[in-house]
Design a protein around this ligand. Structure first.
Ligand SMILES: Cc1cc2nc3c(=O)[nH]c(=O)nc-3n(C[C@H](O)[C@H](O)[C@H](O)COP(=O)(O)O)c2cc1C
Length: 322
């Protein structure tokens, strides 16, 4: 599959996840195996004011590429400026606009899924961003504000017309948040509507789910969010399953090495104190279901140093072997 002139080597996209898909996490997923990783959403206004918190989100490394960087906002001028800035930085391979976020704070600014109510403004934003960058340009959308999916189809037609190169589609409504099931029938409808690639998203938890979405909808690639947080090998398992019809389960050893590398990655990216705070939640995801997970989680809740985290991981692994 190609997005504009960018050859995508595989069919799996790591979804943008605010607070999660920072550089160390993306590197981890890339190391495990996946086609494209996405940044978390970055405020166009924040970039405009050069806020330190926002510009930090733009940090990336060569080994993550191809990297998609997602921006959000509701003002065409600052969205265009943000796209131009990212374009000139030279570290992103794709620029994506967030038309799907349903978090109150984002909707209140008229951004994210709020834009799906205002197709005139959406068109302006897409046009400005298209003019600001020659990079492959994608949008990520929801069904819209009702379950019919008409708003998604209308926005997709505008986007294609304005030169957007691919669309990622999470078919839940704005009010649904993450409740209920994603309506994959709407992905099939969108795929019938536009000629540009469609990346299906929503409720993929296993390689079999990905295969089912691809065959039910005809979408060109799949995007995985929440399930990749607990199983960083999932995207690589999907690639294996779609190529060979089988996939390997990671050895416990590989899971522990992954936990160690995330620990080190967080420390060098966030510094010791923030890293430890974040690791208290993150490391617990990986041991879910293993004997001793509850005790590990309890000890993690008072984690004070990365050295302690590495020691806990080593002890957990040793006890598992006994
Ligand atoms: C913690 C969290 C943060 C998210 N942050 C973003 C974001 O920054 N940008 C975005 O477009 N979607 C965001 N999403 C939505 C996901 O990208 C994805 O569309 C959604 O989780 C459905 O896919 P899944 O069923 O594979 O998780 C977020 C979802 C979660 C759970």
């Amino acid at each position: 599959m190609k997005i504009k002139d960018l050859e995508i080597n595989g069919i799996t996209f790591l979804a943008p996840l605010a607070g999660v898909t920072n550089m160390p996490f993306r590197q981890l997923i890339k190391d495990c195996g996946c086609a494209v990783v996405c940044s978390e959403m970055i405020s166009a206004k924040g970039l405009f004011y050069a806020s330190e918190k926002t510009t930090t989100l733009l940090k990336s490394q060569e080994d993550e590429r191809p990297l998609s960087v997602q921006i959000f906002g509701s003002d065409p001028v600052s969205m265009g400026q943000a796209a131009a800035f990212i374009n000139d930085l030279g570290t992103a391979d794709i620029i994506d606009i967030n038309f799907g976020c349903s978090v109150k704070k984002v909707i209140k600014q008229g951004a994210g899924v709020a834009l799906m109510k205002d197709l005139v403004l959406s068109q302006k934003i897409i046009k400005t961003v298209r003019e600001a960058t020659s990079l492959p340009f994608t949008i990520k959308i929801r069904s819209g504000w009702d379950a019919s999916g008409d708003q998604a189809v209308n926005l997709a037609e505008i986007a294609e017309d304005q030169g957007v190169d691919a669309i990622a589609f999470h078919p839940r409504t704005a009010v649904q948040g993450f409740r209920g099931r994603a309506d994959w029938k709407l992905i099939a409808r969108l795929k019938q509507t536009v000629r540009i690639p469609v990346i299906g998203n929503g409720d993929i938890a296993t390689p079999q789910d990905a295969k089912e979405m691809l065959s039910q909808t005809g979408c060109d690639a799949v995007m995985v969010g929440r399930a990749a947080m607990a199983n960083p090998f999932l995207l690589s398992q999907i690639e294996q399953y779609m190529s060979h019809g089988t996939f390997a389960h990671p050895e416990p050893r590989a899971i522990f090495r992954t936990m160690e590398s995330l620990t080190r990655g967080y420390v060098s990216y966030f510094g010791e104190i923030t890293a430890c705070r974040m690791l208290r939640g993150r490391l617990a995801w990986f041991v879910r279901g293993l004997p001793g997970a509850a005790v590990f989680r309890r000890e993690l809740s008072i984690l004070a140093s990365s050295g302690h985290a590495l020691e806990m991981i080593r002890d957990f692994e040793a006890n598992l072997k006994v």
